[in-house]
Design a protein around this ligand. Structure first.
Ligand SMILES: [Zn+2]
Ligand SMILES: [Zn+2]
Length: 448
């Protein structure tokens, strides 16, 4: 594989760090809206000053702090400052599952002592005391293993090693067809040769879940077919988009035709973390549709262009342009109208449409979306999150919309779990599930 891009070395941590911060903040803000959590985790992921490390004496920025066999550390004793701070935050704002259960059993309102006891197996402050830790049988069954994995993963990302798995392949050879069944087949057929462990896959899936979920949904070899969740209405919408992609393919050798092409417009609404991904990551979307000019519009009140980037338009390649609009879609709609179901598609990553405090805010946007008659795909953090959104859509807009993709697990979900500071029993997985819908009364007409 020829060119590779985007090597994440420790010196580039600010970008990556903010990305992770935002993803966690999203989960947190949403929950905060429901009155459960209200802490910004941004500070957790700003890079440590090099002199902070307790391992070794060198203050050189790029040195390796942790060896691959030395990734597990109880948070309070971690050599990484952010990890120690995370432990303190959990101790201050978290809860002890045994305390909560005991009060619930007694029919009292949930109460908890601060979780000062660190589980020796996962290193997280999980309970108020060793006694309560010992009494919580459910912790050891499943959760402890996931937390241990998260502990090692987070130390690995901050270990100072060069993260070779983030060296991504460039354009696909035309004779090799990409298999979009799942992560394994995608990474194999796209020649991601530097991913050689489950941990590396987890790291990479966490960022690639955005462009690859988009690409896999639109692509002619999408895993979503009539046998796998796509509805007949969904097929109509995807056929419209794929007709345009086919035209792009046919026109690839004709310079004049290329000049006249309408680009595919991919809108990402409520954009947060996905807007802050390093722009070159979206080349992985472009490589899946190699002959299509693609404009990705990130729209949302919390949409911030990629770190260190002041422009609102970034030309990533001759065929890929990223645009950033910091406003609500329904307020900014005239910047993008008119819409065409043959070229335009919408994505909303874990929007929380059904969350009580967010529901009213999303309604004017969804109303406008349905008017466009373009395909809309949305994701959820887990089954409950997704079903809450789907139920809200059905209740608020059921008679105005058609389902394109029945709610289901997304084969290109992140493989990583993010845990809530307030309750380590709650986790979120970016783009765990996916579903699609569109405004009613749309008919595909053949394009002249
Ligand atoms: Zn307790
Ligand atoms: Zn544990």
């Amino acid at each position: 594989m020829s060119a590779s891009r985007g090597i994440f070395v420790p010196g580039r941590w600010p970008t990556q760090g903010r990305l992770y911060a935002l993803q966690l903040c999203r989960a947190d803000n949403r929950a905060a809206a429901g009155g459960k959590r209200c802490i910004s985790l941004k500070s957790l992921f700003t890079p440590s000053p090099p002199s902070d490390a307790v391992h070794g004496s060198s203050t050189k920025r790029h040195r390796v702090l942790l060896k691959p066999n030395d990734l597990f550390h109880p948070l309070s004793k971690s050599p990484i400052k952010e990890m120690r701070e995370k432990g303190i935050l959990i101790q201050q704002h978290g809860c002890c599952a045994t305390c909560v259960e005991e009060t619930a059993k007694a029919g009292k309102p949930a109460a908890t002592r601060e979780p000062h006891f660190e589980c020796p197996d996962c290193g997280y402050p999980t309970h108020c005391s060793e006694k309560h830790w010992g009494e919580d049988k459910s912790h050891g069954k499943e959760l402890c293993g996931y937390l241990r994995e998260a502990n090692e993963d987070e130390h690995d990302l901050r270990s100072g090693r060069t993260l070779r798995e983030f060296e991504f392949p460039s354009a696909q050879l035309p004779e090799i067809v990409v298999n979009l069944s799942n992560w394994d087949s995608f990474l194999y057929t796209r020649s991601f040769t530097n991913i050689n462990s489950n941990r590396a896959m987890r790291h990479v899936s966490k960022v690639l879940t955005y462009p690859v979920t988009m690409g896999a949904t639109i692509h002619q070899y999408s895993p979503f077919t009539l046998k796998n969740g796509l509805t007949p209405e969904g097929l109509k919408s995807m056929t419209a988009l794929r007709t345009t992609i086919k035209e792009h393919d046919l026109a690839r050798s004709e310079k004049e035709l290329v000049m006249q092409q309408m680009p595919l417009r991919v809108f990402v609404l409520g954009a947060r973390a996905e807007a802050m991904l390093p722009p070159h990551l979206y080349l992985q979307l472009a490589y899946l549709l190699p002959n299509s000019p693609i404009h990705v519009y990130f729209v949302g009140p919390e949409c911030i262009p990629s770190a260190d980037e002041a422009r609102s338009t970034i030309v990533v390649s001759t065929r890929l342009v990223l645009k950033y609009h910091k406003s609500f879609f329904h307020d900014a709609i005239w910047n993008f109208a008119p819409f065409d179901p043959f070229t335009d598609v919408f994505f909303m990553f874990s929007p929380g449409i059904g969350h009580p405090k967010a529901r009213g805010g999303w309604q004017p946007t969804v109303e406008k979306l349905l008017e466009t008659k373009c395909a809309v795909f949305a994701t959820g953090f887990h089954e409950r999150d997704m079903q809450t959104d789907v139920r809200a859509l059905n209740e608020d807009f059921g008679d105005k919309m058609d389902w394109l993709l029945e709610p289901r697990e997304n084969p290109f979900a992140s493989l990583k779990r993010d845990f809530g500071i307030r309750n380590l029993r709650e986790w979120a997985i970016s783009n765990w599930g996916i579903y699609g819908f569109r405004g009613k009364r749309y008919e595909v007409q053949s394009k002249q």
